[in-house]
Design a protein around this ligand. Sequence first.
Ligand code: TXA
Ligand code: MG
Length: 367
Amino acid sequence: MIKMRTEIIRVNQNHIGSAAEEGLRRGGEILKAGGLVAFPTETVYGLGGDALNPESSRKIYAAKGRPSDNPLIVHICRFQDIRHIVRAVPENVDRIADAFWPGPLTMILQKAERVPYETTGGLDTVAVRFPSHPAARKLIEYGGGFIAAPSANSSGRPSPTVARHVLEDMDGRIEMVVDGGEVGIGLESTIIDMTVTPPKILRPGYVTREMLEHVLGEIDMDVTIMRDDSGQTPKAPGMKYRHYAPAGRLTIVEGEPGQVTAYINERAAKDKAAGEKTGILGTREQIGQYQADVIKCMGNREDEERIARNLFSALRSFDEERVTRIYSESFPTQGLGQAIMNRLLKAAGHRVVRLDEAGERSMEQEQ
Ligand code: TXA
Ligand code: MG
C-alpha cells in the first residue's frame, strides 16, 4: 500500500467554526474524488468513502485489512435520501426513523440497484444509518450524501473512540482525519434487520431492545449476540469475526464481587509469576482491591454509559502497555449492558469463568 500524508483537521462538535467548515468542505471533495476521510460520529469514529463508488469501497477494505464479504454501512444526512439507496421504505421504518434518527441506529433494508455490491459485500440488502453528530452530517453532505463508513480501526482491533486511535491504525493510509475529540457513546450503532418479520436485532447498541420494542412491538434477537455455542452463523457478517480484541488473552470473570476480586488477583499473581504482564478491567467499587501490572477503571458499576464510553479505549491501552493476560469483571445484560457484554465477550473470544456460590470454578466456552 502506498504511504500518503494524512491531513488532520479539528472540529468542535458544539460549534463548527469557519476553519472547520472549510476543512469539512475539503474532506467532502476528497470523498467525491474517491479518497478516504475518517470522521467522528456519536458512536465511534468511521472510515468514510463514497458509498456509490465501488473503487472507494475497495479502498476502505484495503485500508482496514478487512475481508471484502463484510458489508459496509451507508451513512446519510437527511432521512429522505434513504429512498435513493433502498428499494422501498416500509411503514415501520418510518416509525423507527421518527423515534431514533438521527442517532445510533442502523437499519438493514433491500438495496436499490445503484448501491454497488462492493459496498454491500455482495448482499442484496444495505445497511443505512443517519448519524446525529453535526460534523459527520456536514461531511456526508459535502461528500455527496452517501458515505460508506465502517469503524475506523484496522480489522480486528477495538473501534476508535478518539482521533488518536484512528491515527494509530490509519496514519499514512487515508487522506484525512477529522478530529472531533472523544465520541459520546463509544460502542457502535444498534443494527436492526428490517427485511424480516418480526424485525431482528443483529448487533446490540445504545438503542436497546426495550426501546425498539416500545416502537415496533415484538422483535427478535440474533442468537449469536451473546452466545458462541449456538452453531449458527451471525446474520451480520461482521459479527462472525474475532473482534475488538486486545493482543493479550482476555478472560471475563462472573460471580459475587468478593469472589471475583479474589479469583482475579490469584490468577493474575500466578500469571505474573509465570512471566506474563497482567492487566485488569474493573469498576470503581472493586478497583482498589486489585493487584496487577496495569489496572483500568471503567467507572461506577451503575454508570453503564461511562463504561460503554471507556471500554474500547481501555482495551487499546492494554495493547499499548503490551499486557499479555487480562481479566475483566462481568456486567448484567439488560439495557445498555447487553451491548457492553456483547463487545466484551467478543474481545474475550467468549472465554468466561463463572464462580458459583461455593467458589468453584467452571470454564465455559473456552476456545
Ligand atoms: O456505529 C456504527 O455503526 C459505526 C459508525 C462509524 O457509524 N460503523 C460501524 O461499521 O460499526 P462496521 O463496518 O464496523 O460494522 C458494520 C456491521 C458489520 O458487522 C457488518 O457485517 C454489518 O454491520 N452489516 C453491514 N451491512 C449489512 C447487511 N446488509 N446485512 C447484515 N449486516 C450488515
Ligand atoms: Mg467495526
